[in-house]
Design a protein around this ligand. Structure first.
Ligand SMILES: [Zn+2]
Length: 256
């Protein structure tokens, strides 16, 4: 089984497209030409992403050139509730800044939103396989809904879950928090350590957010990690990595 690097770009929408294009150009310079693009159907209720003709044709172009289109939440925003526990508050406000949309969404609401997103993407010739919740917070009900809506995988901070094969792969994603100077400093130290810890994991995951590109120290580390990684790993999208994984396990079981 070949060692792999999956780079994903989160929060792709018309309002972040400029940064995403910069990120993609930078990634190409580091020999990463296929990413998983996590597209928000209606980012912060600014309007349907795919209703924007120029964004739509750009996305179709990205899809045709080997990038993967993934559904990333729906509004990427979670309404606060009155009955939240201290833990709920901690997770949804401090950790994710109110972005944990699918953290505690009920089955019916989650199913409706994921179905709607999928149909909309498909009506424009895009066929997403993956559903990834904002901040990777996918509650149990919402996960059941993703499966019922026909999605074939999801990822969390620490895992990749193949719904079709019923398998969970453990690999914690590298990810940066750039909202303040102390978070950036912590992020650089944390990701350096995590990168070392993941050296023997067959899958390395790198999650990039649009604001990351504006911070030189962050970007320098991302570039270095990619350069080192690609000496003995192949850069793939989640979809292609999962396909390769299932072919590999089929071959293995055929040999036994
Ligand atoms: Zn996101």
């Amino acid at each position: 089984m070949q060692r792999a690097l999956v780079v994903s770009i989160h929060d792709v929408a018309p309002s972040t497209r400029k940064s995403v294009e910069k990120i993609l150009a930078e990634l190409r310079r580091h020999q990463v030409s296929a990413c998983s693009l996590l597209v928000v159907p209606d980012y912060h209720r600014q309007g349907r992403s795919l209703a924007d003709p120029s964004f739509r044709s750009w996305l179709q172009e990205m899809d045709a050139s080997g990038h993967e289109i993934v559904i990333h939440g729906f509004f990427h925003q979670r309404a606060r509730r009155n009955d939240e526990s201290a833990r709920d508050k901690l997770v949804t406000r401090f950790y994710t800044a109110d972005e944990g949309e699918f953290f505690d969404l009920g089955y019916a609401d989650a199913l409706r939103l994921i179905r709607e997103a999928r149909q909309e993407f498909e009506s424009h010739g895009l066929s997403p396989h993956g559903f990834i919740a904002p901040a990777w917070l996918l509650g149990a009900e919402a996960e059941r809904a993703a499966i019922a809506a026909g999605m074939s995988y999801t990822t969390t901070l620490r895992t990749v879950r193949d719904f079709v094969a019923g398998q969970t792969f453990t690999s914690q994603s590298l990810v940066y928090s750039v909202r303040s100077a102390w978070r950036r400093t912590m992020s650089l130290a944390w990701n350096r350590t995590l990168f070392r810890r993941l050296a023997s994991n067959p899958l390395l995951r790198l999650g990039i957010h649009p604001p990351d590109i504006a911070h030189r120290a962050i970007w320098r580390q991302i570039g270095k990690i990619i350069d080192v990684t690609l000496r003995d790993r192949q850069s793939l999208t989640y979809r292609d990595w999962l396909r390769q994984e299932s072919e590999f396990s089929n071959q293995k079981s055929a040999m036994m």
